[in-house]
Design a protein around this ligand. Structure first.
Ligand code: SAM
Length: 85
């Protein structure tokens, strides 16, 4: 499948390119982007999945892959004990 994607010339195969996955999950899109020499920006609501995606990219992407994690306060809701029901 990766070969099929990369066999269509420069119009359908732009590099450099950045892939946006607004529902990153476990990070498969980021791994495939790295394999195809693209950058990837991913957004993930669930902190456990975000951590899994970070771990997978750090472990499985090329040794020169740079991973930056930004935590958006509005994306992960943290309740104080007094607010918990
Ligand atoms: C089907 S999974 C993503 C699979 C991934 N895109 C892939 O290609 O392997 C959907 C993910 O979207 C996340 N999600 C759902 N609503 C979201 C939102 N509003 N913002 C960010 N992530 C969200 C869920 O936590 C879940 O991990």
């Amino acid at each position: 499948m990766v070969d099929e994607i990369t066999d269509h010339g420069p119009i359908l195969n732009p590099i450099p390119a950045t892939v946006l996955d607004p529902f990153l999950g476990a990070g498969t899109t980021a791994l495939v982007a790295d394999r195809l020499d693209r950058d990837c920006v991913g957004i993930e609501l669930n902190a456990d999945y975000a951590a899994m995606a970070e771990r997978r990219v750090r472990n499985e992407a090329g040794m020169f892959a740079a991973v930056a994690i930004e935590e958006e306060k509005d994306a992960i809701q943290v309740r104080q004990p007094s607010e918990a029901q």
